[in-house]
Design a protein around this ligand. Structure first.
Ligand SMILES: [Cu+2]
Length: 373
């Protein structure tokens, strides 16, 4: 009796252990998928599986046709073969024979080396071909839009030499019109990646790398720095705003001139005064949307992002939604919002040490000024 009970207990604890390990496997899978990039960013907006540009589409098609379907075929073949063998060659009741003992089988070994090599070669041919097709400059005869992209710790700058326009944070493009991006960096290596539009291209100081693609849908598309570049790497995002040609022309027209001054006596006018004077913002930020494209690029780099027409921008500090509250918080508590950023290190902290932080009213005035643009 005692022994019967004992076995029962052993069986029960084994069952519990088994159940526990299942629970942990399932929760691990849940954790992995909820913390992986796509889940955090908000589902579809960063998904490479939903291309909205020709380059992203070519890369996705390459993945689906040779890689995905070949993997499915291999998986099915191996699984079915394994299950068949498990079932057909099970030890029958009463069968005590030992199976034939084999050692080595050159024919089999050659086969299972050759077959994967052939599969890899099949994948390599279209992959290599695509690598050489992508990012080819269509040349001066095409109607491609040309934009210079400059990575900074931790924000992106965009210059349009054709129009003499400079902006930051949002890259404005035209639907169905090819774009040739010339990508470089001001400090460390970054990587420019708009997942739904194109692949990644490194931004390397002193070099210009080219990314060529054609956006195929209008809308706002998420982008991310894809090379670990310091403390705030994850917050080095950007957006690509794809317009119709008409909308884009209007955007260019608007950005060819600075925004009009705020009306005298308004809160925004006080903000402009502070911005250019006592608050010290103008030392690092330009409010002029244009620049002279004939100046070498390294001679015209500002410390901070260009803030002309800031109200149209999608984000504040390259990751927060552009709301008055977030803008207020960024100016009032820079260090808490994006620690180690140049504005926190070289402006906010110094002012905090000197007990010269802006009052909430002063911040309100500057917010009103930036939002009036
Ligand atoms: Cu970066």
């Amino acid at each position: 009796m005692c022994c019967g009970e004992g076995t029962g207990r052993v069986k029960k604890t084994r069952a519990i252990r088994l159940r526990r390990s299942w629970v942990s496997v399932i929760s691990l899978i849940g954790l992995a998928s909820s913390t992986s990039g796509c889940g955090v960013i908000g589902g579809k907006i960063a998904s490479t599986s939903d291309p909205a540009g020709d380059q992203a589409r070519h890369i996705w098609d390459l993945f689906v046709v040779p890689v995905w379907w070949l993997s499915v075929a291999v998986f099915l073949l191996v699984t079915v073969w394994m299950l068949l063998n498990i079932v057909l060659f099970r030890r029958k009741p009463g069968d005590t024979r030992i199976p034939a003992q084999v050692h080595g089988n050159p024919r089999l070994e050659i086969a299972w080396t050759l077959i994967p090599a052939i599969i890899l070669a099949l994948i390599a041919i279209p992959s290599t071909r695509l690598v050489f097709q992508l990012n080819r400059d269509p040349g001066p005869g095409s109607n491609a839009l040309r934009v210079q992209v400059i990575g900074h710790q931790w924000w992106w700058e965009f210059r349009y030499p054709e129009f003499g326009i400079v902006t930051a944070g949002d890259l404005h493009l035209v639907v169905d019109r090819p774009v040739v991006l010339s990508i470089t960096s001001q400090d460390v290596i970054h990587s420019f990646w708009p997942p739904r539009l194109a692949g990644k291209v490194d931004a390397i100081p002193g070099r210009e790398n080219t990314l060529v693609f054609t956006p195929e849908e209008t809308g706002v598309f998420y982008g991310q720095c894809a090379e670990l570049c310091g403390a705030q790497h994850a917050h080095m995002q950007f957006r690509v705003v794809v317009h119709s040609q008409q909308e884009f022309d209007a955007w260019v027209d608007k950005h060819r001139r600075p925004a009009p001054d705020p009306a005298p006596g308004t809160l925004a006018a006080t903000g402009k005064q502070l911005f250019e004077g006592a608050a010290g913002c103008a030392g690092c930020h330009s409010m002029n949307p244009t620049y002279d494209p004939s100046t070498p690029i390294n001679k015209i780099l500002a410390v901070g992002p260009n803030l002309a027409y800031f109200s149209e921008r999608q984000t504040v500090a390259a990751f927060l939604p552009n709301t008055p509250e977030n803008l207020h918080r960024w100016i009032a508590e820079t260090e808490a919002v994006k620690p180690y950023s140049i504005m926190a290190e070289k402006w906010w902290k110094i002012r905090a040490q000197q007990n010269q932080l802006l009052t909430p009213e002063e911040v309100d005035a500057i917010v009103a000024y930036l939002r009036s643009q």
